[in-house]
Design a protein. Structure first.
Length: 155
């Protein structure tokens, strides 16, 4: 079992870190920022993470690494058309469960994804829209644990 990064990893890390910093600097130093610029900066950072993971694991051939962002969307905030879209594209849910019975869903943001399949930080062309369910009981548990950790980390 390897516990140390491969040779030259720190050099690669420095280069990727600089690229991520440059992408963020463009966003935070501009008075007016376009949505596409923000999306690109996010993809650059995601690409940096997956590229470093692949490098750390010895750049295995034939294996692509990918990352994406999913947004939390409360079911109460969805309009009927959105609920229909969710019901048609939700994964890991039992048949017959109504979307309205959930607390929330995680909504895949394809524009905020990338993969090591290409050398550029572009959206992952292999992704299709989908949602993940967040049951009411689970969300309550997550909220409780998060509050507990926040309180105890600051004490």
């Amino acid at each position: 079992m390897r516990t140390l990064p491969p040779e030259e990893f720190l050099t690669d890390f420095a280069e990727i870190n600089n690229a991520c910093n440059d992408a963020a600097r463009v966003i935070f130093s501009s008075a007016i920022v376009e949505r596409e610029q923000i999306e690109q900066a996010i993809r650059v950072v995601l690409d940096g993470v997956v590229t470093l993971a692949k490098i750390f694991e010895g750049k295995p051939s034939g294996i692509d690494y990918a990352a994406n962002i999913m947004l939390y969307r409360g079911v109460d905030s969805l309009i009927d058309d959105e609920k229909k879209l969710v019901a048609e594209n939700i994964m890991f849910i039992e048949n017959g469960v109504d979307v309205s019975a959930l607390d929330a869903v995680l909504d895949l943001q394809i524009l905020l994804s990338t993969t090591t399949e290409t050398d550029q930080a572009v959206p992952d062309k292999n992704l299709r829209p989908f949602f993940l369910p967040i049951p009411k009981e689970l969300n309550h548990l997550i909220t409780s644990v998060t509050r507990y950790c926040q309180v105890h980390l600051w004490l």
